[in-house]
Design a protein around this ligand. Sequence first.
Ligand SMILES: [Zn+2]
Length: 123
Amino acid sequence: MTSEPPDYTAGTIAFEEKYPQISGISISIMETKSGLRKEYCKAGYSDIKKVPAIHPCSNPRCKEGGLDLGRAIADMVAKDQSNHKINLRSCIGYTTVPRGNSPGTRCTNDFAAVIKLTYRDSV
Ligand SMILES: [Zn+2]
């Protein structure tokens, strides 16, 4: 019995190739860690070449977690939006990966983000 881990690199296309109409991007991310005391972690991207499809979660025990920026950006481009705010969204990762009858434990980190896009004039 073999189970292959999902391949998260498959189908990854650089944003600048996927969305040539985007001329500028600005993303600011605020990460909140749940626990005894809240901690905040700020991150930002201002170069489309450096924007990851998934902003990685900073929880060292978290697996396959983070904030799905790729989907948010795809959504914005589809709607021709230039400003988008992501209100607190739970991390998509697990600190205990589901296995057999165990449902696993979701990572408790939350993310909030503001994404701004500027579009090139259509030619
Ligand atoms: Zn996480």
